[in-house]
Write a protein that binds this ligand. Structure first.
Ligand SMILES: [Zn+2]
Length: 449
């Protein structure tokens, strides 16, 4: 298989090449978006409609594209000539009138995870590493970048979000760079580092005494009362499209082949549903054939409405009250949860859970085998991957992609308080610490008393 794992280094090289390469490809391929459409009843709406859910059936609206036009455009404007960012798939993204946001976002590395694969018994395992995404080290940069661009294009000067952490961090960073005033609402249990970074980036950052789901409901009303755009509420159809780019990149990085399995963490269920949408769009444009990909979801055991429903054979979620230290996936009533069940079961995939101990152990396993330090959501993904293999749902030679969606440096509170006693600053004291793995040095003074 021809795997291209291009990423950060090539992007940097491009910026240094001769004339300054800007990300502003205003003369490049145009969006082939034609409007919004209802997932369930197929009703169509103008791209500028204020509605987020279908007025007929309340299902989520999503951006619809002229896939024949996209097919022609991809043929006439080769991808090789485009910047290595999520914007390279302009045909399959909402329009950007003045591209000022997200010009360096996406096209994160797809890493052949050989050491982790050996531990788990997989020969063709790949990590889609969004822990190094720009500007805020999580996959949320994708959706928030698209939503902020839309807000700019429609004349907004203020923008808000409700966040379990990563959306707020992404919004604060994009808003700072675009000169927008940002408001981040987050539930009481957010990690300290995430709240701190939102404030440092200049966002008005409001901690609310409640869980994510009740805060989300309150912000929905606030958005209507104030006419304030929320990236993950009123701009949701645009925000969600950004999530699609993770899968578009994976397929290109695998040499224009869809993997046999893709596994993603599930919280609000945006990402998992956009895995399916991305694959559908790619088939519609002829960029891949009709290979089937099984789409799997990973949840924390303490916040698993989608996995519980899949295991019970139910087509609707039963909201739960989240209890997990994996705060970024602690959503008990995901808005697109029912759609996620259909995505998973319709693809022949599965959903599994990992408890907090399993998540923490898997964070360490990923770090120790691949050098990737993930937030707990990444631990959930790796722990669930192991279970899917053990259950025989993924075979040893299946091409499998696991999405690691957020950087562990943002959730360091969970490990920062572990006991790390300070050593005496003395060469013998330091050397004694090496003895268990390196053996004793002949002639060294001291030794253990
Ligand atoms: Zn509808």
């Amino acid at each position: 298989m021809n795997v291209t794992s291009r990423g950060v280094s090539e992007r940097r090289g491009e910026a240094h090449a001769g004339t300054m390469v800007t990300r502003r490809k205003l003369g490049g391929p145009a969006s082939c978006a034609v409007g919004l459409e209802c997932n369930r009843c197929g009703a169509s709406f103008d791209l500028q409609t204020a509605a987020v859910r279908c007025p007929n059936c309340a299902a989520t609206l999503q951006v619809a594209y002229d896939l024949d036009a996209a097919r022609r455009s991809f043929r006439s404007a080769p991808l090789a000539d485009r910047p290595l960012t999520m914007r390279r798939y302009a045909e399959l993204l909402p329009p950007a009138r003045t591209l000022t946001v997200g010009e360096d976002t996406g096209f994160t590395p797809l890493i052949p995870a050989r050491r982790l694969g050996r531990k788990l018994g997989l020969r063709r395992l790949f990590i889609k590493d969004d822990t190094v995404n720009r500007p805020s080290l999580s996959y949320k940069d994708r959706g928030v970048g698209i939503a902020v661009q839309h807000a700019l294009d429609t004349g907004h000067e203020r923008i808000a979000c409700v966040s379990t952490g990563n959306v707020g961090h992404a919004l604060a960073a994009f808003a700072a760079a675009a000169g927008l005033r940002a408001y981040v609402f987050y539930p009481r249990d957010l990690e300290v580092a995430k709240a701190h970074v939102c404030r440092a980036l200049g966002a008005t950052t409001l901690r609310v005494d409640g869980e994510y789901d009740e805060l989300n409901a309150a912000c929905r009303e606030l958005a209507a009362r104030r006419g304030l755009p929320f990236v993950n509420i009123t701009l949701r159809p645009f925000y969600a499209e950004g999530a699609k780019t993770l899968t578009l990149e994976v397929v290109e990085q695998l040499g224009w082949r869809a993997p046999a399995h893709i596994l993603v963490p599930v919280a609000g269920a945006t990402l998992i549903n956009k895995v399916r949408k991305a694959l559908d769009d790619l088939r519609g444009t002829g960029l891949i054939d009709s290979e089937a990909t099984r789409i799997h979801g990973a949840q924390a055991a303490g916040s698993a409405p989608v996995a519980n429903a899949v295991k019970a054979g139910s087509s609707t979620i039963l909201p739960t009250e989240p209890r997990t230290y994996a705060r970024s996936i602690a959503i008990g009533a995901p808005g697109d949860g029912d759609e996620a069940i259909a995505t998973i079961t319709g693809s022949g995939g599965w959903a599994e859970t990992a408890d907090d101990d399993e998540i923490a152990a898997a964070v360490e396993l990923l770090a120790a085998t691949e050098g990737i330090f993930a937030e707990p959501a990444g631990g959930a993904t790796v722990a669930v991957l192991r279970k899917l293999i053990d259950q025989g749902r993924i075979a040893p030679d299946d091409v499998t992609v696991a999405a690691i969606t957020g950087n562990g440096l943002k959730t360091i509170d969970h490990t920062a308080n572990r006991d790390h006693a300070a050593l005496r600053c003395d060469v013998d004291a330091l050397d004694r610490e090496l003895a268990p793995t390196l053996g004793a040095v002949a002639g060294a003074r001291g030794g253990r008393p």
